[in-house]
Design a binder for this molecule. Structure first.
Ligand code: INI
Length: 140
């Protein structure tokens, strides 16, 4: 039985919680039992890569699902967080060989984010969970 870790950034928690719901529902629908799903909270998306690296190093998980929501403000903070989170996550996957899937919404507004967190444009948490399941099925 595969084991999954979900890392969730607490920033923009009202949106993140919907991503978590989507990811968990998808894993449970795929008959992954709750005891094989660990949920780890971090302060913000910027902290996700380090958490993913530490979790991958435990060798307990077949795949890691990264969830969070970054909303554009008026400064370049947004670009920095998005870029570091995305490239950090990819780097962890490439360096450790443990798939880390990307369920972080990067949006201009809260409305855009909500549309992608169980609204009219799907749920990025569900998509990241499906990608994680598929990667384990490929034997990665
Ligand atoms: N973290 C997020 O996950 N989303 C955001 O929208 C966000 N904004 O807007 O600032 C954010 N900032 C915190 C950042 O990820 C770190 O936790 C913080 O800089 C401490 O390292």
């Amino acid at each position: 039985m595969c084991r999954f870790a979900i890392i969730l950034s607490r920033f923009n928690e009202h949106i993140g919680s919907k991503l978590l719901e989507g990811a968990k529902a998808t894993l449970l629908r795929a008959e992954i039992s709750e005891k094989n799903i660990d949920i780890i909270y971090v302060p913000g998306a910027f902290e996700i890569p380090l958490a993913a690296k530490k979790l991958a190093a435990t060798k307990k998980y077949d795949a890691i699902i990264a969830l969070g929501c970054v909303i554009r403000g008026g400064t370049i903070h947004f670009e920095q967080i998005c870029q570091q989170a995305a490239s950090g996550i990819q780097q962890v996957a490439l360096e450790t060989g443990v798939p880390v899937t990307f369920g972080i919404i990067m949006a201009n507004t809260a409305e855009q984010a909500l549309e992608r967190a169980g609204g009219s444009l799907g749920n990025r948490g569900d998509e990241a969970a499906r990608a994680a399941i598929e990667m384990t099925q490929l034997g990665f």
